[in-house]
Design a protein around this ligand. Structure first.
Ligand code: SAM
Length: 296
C-alpha cells in the first residue's frame, strides 16, 4: 500500500493554464488507486484536470468512460472566454474519443443523462459561490456509486466570493475525507464502502497529523514541479516568439539594406536626368553644329 507511486511522478501530456496544475500528481495517483469506471467532471474550461484523468485512463488501460460537462462559455470566477478554448481542447481531446466525451451543456441539463448510482469519480469545479457548489453537490450526489469519490477544487480560496471553504466543513464529516491545502485546496470525499486499501489509507491519514502533513508536503512538492513545467513552457513560447520577431526584423533590415545598395548602383549607371544633365549636352551639341555650319 503506497500513497505515492510512480504514477504520482507522471508528467501531464496536456499542460494549459489552470488553477489545477498542482493537483496533477495526486490525480494520477488517485486514478491508479481508485480505478473508476465512470468519471464525471463538472467544469472543464481549458481541460487541464480532465485531460489528467483521461491520460491516466489511457495509460493505466482502465475500462472507464469519462464525461466533461461545461458550457465552455465561462463564469464569474473563471472569467468569460471565447470559442477558441473549446476548439483547442476539442482538437487535443480527439485522441481520447474512444472512452471520453465533451458534453456541452449546463450541469443540471446533463443530469438526466446519467444513471443514479453510476459515477465512481465526480470532480466538482464549476462556478464557486457557496450556493453553486452546494447545489452541484446536492443534485449530483444521487449519481454517485456505492464506491463514489468526489473532488472539490478550491477548498482553500478565501476571496472573490468563493464558497467551497464554507461548504467543505459542513459536509466532510458525513464521508471519509482528506484535504490538500496547496494548489488552492482540494477536498476529497469517499463513500464508506467499496474503496481500495490505498484510498482507505489516504482517508485514515486525515486523523493522523504526522502522516497527513507528510502526504500534503509530498504532493505540494510534486505539484510545484508541474507549475515549473508550465512556467518553462510559457517561457519557451515567449523566447520562440521573440526569436521569430527578431528574425523578421533582421530580414527586413537586410532587405532594406540590399534595396538601398541596388538603388545606389543603378543611380551610378543611370544618373538621374536632371534638367542640367539633359539641356547642357544638347546646348553643347547645338553650339558645335552652328559653329560647324557657320565655318567659311
Ligand atoms: C474553474 S473552471 C474549470 C477549471 C478546470 N477544471 C481546469 O482544470 O482548469 C469552471 C468552468 O465551469 C463552467 N461552468 C460554471 N458553471 C457551470 C454550469 N452551471 N454549467 C456548465 N458549466 C459551468 C465554466 O464555463 C468554466 O469553464
Amino acid at each position: 500500500m503506497q500513497l505515492i507511486t510512480s504514477a504520482s511522478f507522471w508528467t501531464p501530456d496536456y499542460i494549459v493554464d489552470s488553477a489545477w496544475l498542482e493537483h496533477a500528481p495526486f490525480a494520477f495517483w488517485l486514478m491508479e488507486a481508485h480505478r473508476p469506471r465512470v468519471v464525471v467532471e463538472l467544469g472543464t474550461h481549458g481541460g487541464f484536470s480532465y485531460c489528467c484523468f483521461c491520460q491516466a485512463i489511457q495509460r493505466l488501460g482502465l475500462s472507464a468512460r469519462a464525461y466533461a460537462i461545461d458550457t465552455w462559455k465561462g463564469d464569474e470566477h473563471a472569467g468569460f472566454y471565447g470559442e477558441d478554448v473549446f476548439q483547442g481542447l476539442s482538437a487535443y481531446h480527439d485522441r481520447y474519443s474512444s472512452f471520453s466525451q465533451l458534453v456541452r451543456s449546463k450541469f443540471d441539463e446533463a443530469l438526466p443523462h446519467f444513471e443514479d448510482g453510476s459515477v465512481d469519480l465526480l470532480h466538482i469545479d464549476g462556478r464557486h459561490f457557496y450556493e453553486d457548489i452546494k447545489r452541484d453537490f446536492e443534485i449530483w450526489r444521487p449519481k454517485l456509486s456505492s464506491r463514489g469519490v468526489v473532488l472539490f477544487h478550491d477548498t482553500n480560496v478565501r476571496e472573490r466570493g468563493f464558497g467551497v471553504f464554507q461548504l467543505w466543513p459542513e459536509i466532510k464529516d458525513d464521508y471519509l475525507n482528506f484535504e490538500f491545502f496547496h494548489g488552492h485546496g482540494l477536498g476529497i470525499l469517499g463513500a464508506r464502502g467499496g474503496l481500495s486499501d490505498e484510498l482507505l489509507q489516504l482517508f485514515a491519514s486525515s486523523n493522523d497529523d504526522g502522516s497527513s502533513r507528510a502526504i500534503r508536503e509530498a504532493y505540494a512538492k510534486l505539484g510545484q514541479g508541474v507549475t515549473t513545467l508550465f512556467s518553462n513552457k510559457m517561457l519557451a513560447a515567449t523566447v520562440e516568439a521573440e526569436r521569430q520577431s527578431f528574425g523578421a526584423a533582421l530580414n527586413a533590415a537586410a532587405e532594406k539594406e540590399h534595396a538601398q545598395a541596388v538603388a545606389e548602383k543603378e543611380a551610378h549607371i543611370w544618373p538621374p536626368m536632371t534638367p542640367t544633365r539633359i539641356w547642357r549636352p544638347l546646348y553643347l551639341a547645338l553650339r558645335a553644329l552652328l559653329k560647324w555650319r557657320g565655318r567659311p
